[in-house]
Design a protein around this ligand. Structure first.
Ligand SMILES: Cc1cc2nc3c(=O)[nH]c(=O)nc-3n(C[C@H](O)[C@H](O)[C@H](O)COP(=O)(O)O)c2cc1C
Length: 197
């Protein structure tokens, strides 16, 4: 039977942190996206989001969203959430237990908004509340900008709806799939624990 040491899982962990860092800008890296799960009135809800930034110490994951969206409302009401990453090629799953912190009209959201491309700013300029039901197809981008980008000045209106969400991770559950026995462990406060797969 194979033996897996603590040093081996520490190496796996450090390797995955590097993949997460790479996933910030590399959209071909599966870690560029993750599934975010929230809950509201004890009902869970999941959706994909783009990872915009990742920091190791403290362990934080960042994504952008519309202030008006259900996910943001849910995270304000209940800050507990899960971020789930899966790399289908390397057969790695990372599950982070997090607490959400909202950055709305503050220094960080301003910094990230200033770096947001005009074509992305459009997504925050729609009149409809994201996820609201509409009678017809509604792209929720002002009509005049369906085929062109707004001027920078005009696009500033979108800042009212823009948030950077920080997910402060308390622990991470890591699963590496193997035919001869999966490797699973948890990292919490820099302590490593094996977990039965
Ligand atoms: C690949 C992919 C990436 C996405 N990235 C984001 C994102 O970064 N932020 C976001 O708010 N929604 C993103 N979405 C849309 C959400 O998954 C979701 O459909 C929408 O925001 C409504 O979520 P809510 O009703 O739970 O707020 C993405 C969807 C896909 C398929």
């Amino acid at each position: 039977m194979k033996k897996i040491s603590i040093n081996h899982i520490k190496d796996i962990y450090n390797r995955e942190l590097k993949y997460l860092k790479d996933g910030i800008l590399n959209s071909k890296n599966p870690y560029h996206f993750f599934s975010l799960s929230t809950s509201f009135d004890n009902v869970p809800e999941s959706r994909m989001v783009v990872m915009r930034y990742f920091s190791v110490s403290p362990l934080q994951i960042f994504f952008n969203a519309d202030f008006r969206s259900p996910k943001v409302k849910q995270l304000i009401t209940n800050t507990n959430c899960t971020a789930l990453f899966y790399d289908n090629i390397r057969k790695m799953q990372l599950r982070f237990k997090c607490e959400a912190v909202i950055h709305y009209r503050n220094k960080l959201s301003k910094l990230k908004w200033d770096q947001t491309l005009l074509q992305s700013r459009k997504c925050y300029m729609g009149d409809y509340t994201p996820s609201e039901m509409t009678d017809d197809w509604e792209p929720n981008i002002p009509n005049e900008y369906s085929k062109k980008d707004p001027d920078r000045d005009v696009s500033e209106i979108g800042y009212n709806n823009f948030v950077v969400m920080e997910l402060l991770a308390h622990s991470v559950d890591i699963l590496e799939l193997h035919h001869d026995g999966h490797i699973r462990f948890k990292v919490e406060d820099n302590n490593f624990f094996f977990i039965a797969p």
